[in-house]
Design a protein around this ligand. Structure first.
Ligand code: TXA
Ligand code: MG
Length: 329
């Protein structure tokens, strides 16, 4: 049996399946299978208050899951789908409250990865899928990452390395003109605003009232197993070591439900390096964090200058600042 047929069979039995997407790998279940949906939360150790994104394979399929389809949603879907953009819209009755954590809205995305598309097509139902990592941890960008995370308990489709490398941009569209950015991604806020303006769509951007529901907006998320320390400048190594030693001992053992490893004595530091363009930096970001965590070092260091903390670097900075245990300015 080929891998897609096997995945379809498992999904139909109420199982979860690791699904490659262009952003990160997801842990998928059919949106009409309560058993499968509950398994997603159990396998991830994810709290039920955190809603799931639904993956579709056409605009028509998305429209069936939304109670309203504003002009702005139509424009953005036609421009950026299939691709790394999630739209939060009022949900239709076809969407289970298990998916939305009881909210009246649903997150919809049409992924561009051919295997994700093939899977949704063949199973014939939209798939709910959060990133395939334990709650609060770094998202997976390869099949191997997912297998490591769930100790081979989950069947994972092979889809190569995720091309984008970080999770989709999430925007919510409250009515025709009121928007909010819930999570930055590689489709930048600027690009979205420019496109809407070009099409004369009035767009007023507000802070979302449901901000706390998006872990992307929690202070600590995407954390690698070893503490990541950021700094905006070069330090003499011994001073840096002393400073980290002092600050790390003051950290709590857990932040927002995510456990932090605090080495008692720092002997070895591992310096991370990321590529110089945002697209390449995003693609390799989680892989670098995982690799560095696997080294024998006690802490990971990343020198990250001020000019890479906004603009085109916004989404990468967002993930870095949330993955970090310390930022030494
Ligand atoms: O790129 C992605 O978006 C990946 C791939 C697998 O598609 N998925 C992903 O899912 O990152 P997850 O669950 O790790 O993050 C989705 C975020 C969650 O933080 C959740 O709170 C938010 O989307 N979300 C989902 N539905 C929502 C809703 N109705 N209102 C507000 N936030 C919502
Ligand atoms: Mg996630």
């Amino acid at each position: 049996m080929d891998q897609i047929s096997k995945a379809v069979q498992l999904l139909n039995q109420g199982e979860v399946v690791g699904m490659p997407t262009e952003t990160v790998y997801g842990l998928a279940a059919k949106i009409d299978s309560d058993v499968g949906l509950q398994k997603i939360f159990a396998v991830k150790a994810r709290p039920f208050f955190d809603p799931l994104i639904v993956h579709v394979n056409s605009i028509l399929q998305a429209q069936e899951l939304a109670a309203e389809w504003p002009v702005a949603a139509d424009l953005l879907a036609k421009k950026f789908w299939p691709g790394p953009l999630t739209l939060i819209l009022k949900k239709s009755s076809k969407v289970s409250p298990l998916i939305t954590s009881g909210l009246e809205t649903v997150g919809l995305r049409w992924p561009s990865h051919p295997i994700a598309q093939d899977l949704i097509e063949k199973v014939g139902v939209a798939l709910a899928a959060p990133s395939a990592n334990k709650f609060g941890r770094t998202s997976p960008t390869t099949k191997q990452h997912v297998e490591d995370e769930f100790k081979n308990e989950v069947f994972v489709l092979e889809g190569g390395e995720s091309e984008v490398g970080i999770e989709s941009t999430i925007i919510s569209i409250k009515d025709e003109s009121e928007f909010s950015l819930l999570r930055p991604g590689m489709i930048s806020l600027n690009k979205i605003q420019d496109y809407l303006n070009e099409h004369r769509i009035q767009n007023i951007w507000t802070q979302s009232a449901s901000k706390q529901l998006v872990p992307g907006t929690m202070k600590h998320h995407y954390m690698p197993p070893k503490p990541l320390v950021l700094t905006n400048r070069m330090w003499p190594p011994h001073l840096l070591m002393d400073e980290i030693q002092k600050k790390i001992s003051e950290l709590p053992t857990e932040i927002e439900g995510v456990k932090i490893i605090r080495p008692t004595k720092i002997v070895q530091m591992h310096e991370l390096h990321l590529p110089e363009t945002p697209a390449l930096a995003a693609r390799g970001l989680y892989q670098s964090l995982r690799e560095a965590s696997g080294s024998s070092a006690d802490v990971l260091i990343l020198i990250w200058p001020e000019h890479k903390r906004g603009g085109e670097w916004s989404a990468i900075w967002d993930r870095l600042s949330k993955a970090a245990s310390l930022d030494l300015i």
